[in-house]
Design a protein around this ligand. Sequence first.
Ligand code: PNS
Length: 163
Amino acid sequence: MSPAAGRIAVYPGSFDPITRGHEDLVLRSLRFADKVVVAVAVNAAKQPLFTLEERVALIREAVSHAAVEVQSFDGLLVDFARRVGATVIVRGLRAVSDFEYEFQMALMNRHLEPALETVFLVPAFDLTYLSSSLVREVARHQGDVSQLVHPAVFRALQRKFKK
Ligand code: PNS
């Protein structure tokens, strides 16, 4: 990474779909990164509700910021991070239940690429228990998730689950 490029953070995930919790973490990442690359994993979920293209498009609508880029990636996260010049991986830690999996991933990523640091961010208090899977579950049964996702995501969920 050239110094002129500034610090680039990569924020990886499935984003199926992006929630207000993810949006919060992207903006928090900009407090220490000059640029955040939201990296949408191709194969993270076997049966995603939204296609890769839909997930990328929804993130672009939900987070439109000059310092935020959205890209999809296949293969190892560390290889993607190297390609985009990132030095930091950002992940959110919501509850103790996230810890084991996140710790394993962080250590494996460090094993694969020692120069890449993982940082864990704590989401906003009212978004701590929010997850894409809960949003999908509630939307599937016509529950109101309008406060939990961007309006574009809300409309996309309504289209997916309309009766
Ligand atoms: O939002 P998710 O589903 O918890 O994100 C998981 C993700 C996409 C970050 C993780 O599965 C990943 O990094 N996949 C890419 C493949 C890879 O690098 N695997 C080794 C990580 S230890």
